[in-house]
Write a protein that binds this ligand. Sequence first.
Ligand code: FO1
Length: 327
Amino acid sequence: MRITALAGGVGGARFLRGLLAHLAASPDPARRQAAVTIVVNTADDVTMHGLRICPDLDSVMYTLGGGIDETRGWGRSQETSGVAAELAAYGAEPSWFTLGDKDIATHLVRTRMLAEGATLSEVTAHLCERWRPGARLLPMTDDVVETHVDLAGDDGAVRRVHFQEWWVRLHAAVPALAIEPVGADAARPAPGVLEAVRDADVVVLPPSNPVVSIGTILRVPGLREALVGTAAPVVGVSPVIGGAPVRGMADACLAALGVPTTAAAVAGLYADFLDGWLVAAEDEPPVRAGLTVRGRPLLMSSPQATADLAGAALDLALDLTGEDRAA
Ligand code: FO1
């Protein structure tokens, strides 16, 4: 069984760890032997202190590889910040984005390989030789795409900042007038990405941020078409419970698009390819032809709860297999 997932960072990584745990524990050999490919958002990527940082690729790689800081969902476990303190002592900006000492090694290896002409896919494959995530990690593209956010300045002028500045320094507390994955229109899907969607038996959308994680992956030309065209059922897990995001600040992102923070509205963003949608029991299932909605608890409150959630998504997808694809 070939399973392909589109994912962002923290929430997506946790969900995918649950998926791999569910598959490994399954009595069904087809699930135990499943091959999982994860197409990861790279629009959060940023260059700081001369280092190329790929937050979502690293969150997925560290989480599945056992090196993640469990509390934060990003960066390395047992981390120290000696280098960051030295950088601050030099007044090296930005000081609001903390790079951990162990994490810096990842960025040094990546930056050197990129400088030597390697693609981001090659870098990711090399880093995964160490971390052995148990799934194939593919960047959504090997081209540079960076989410930038337009903010209303005090003087009424529009100021454009990198997503990380809005997310980390401003805590997404300043309303975004626009969220733009710069470079997306000229980006090409990374090698294997379109095939991973087209040839999948199941495509899963974890409860990642629908705007700056899943949404940016969908902006890479060819991706949305591949999802519409794939014979595989596409099943997603709502990142919203009731009117609030499960975690992160998806509501701030959705507001920038004028999209309500509801499970139904998020499903609407995936309307042209979504076949199944897991929502929290209390959410009104969005009534729409071609979409099968199931209510269940969505909180990834423990590894077992997360594995069960992932199993439920897979069950829904397999229940849809064989049915006519969404018209
Ligand atoms: N998030 C923060 O809130 N503060 C940080 O200082 C920070 C540093 C950081 C360094 C490396 C990395 O891979 C991620 C880091 N993040 C930090 C998280 C990052 O902003 C988010 O994980 C994603 O970009 C959003 O999914």
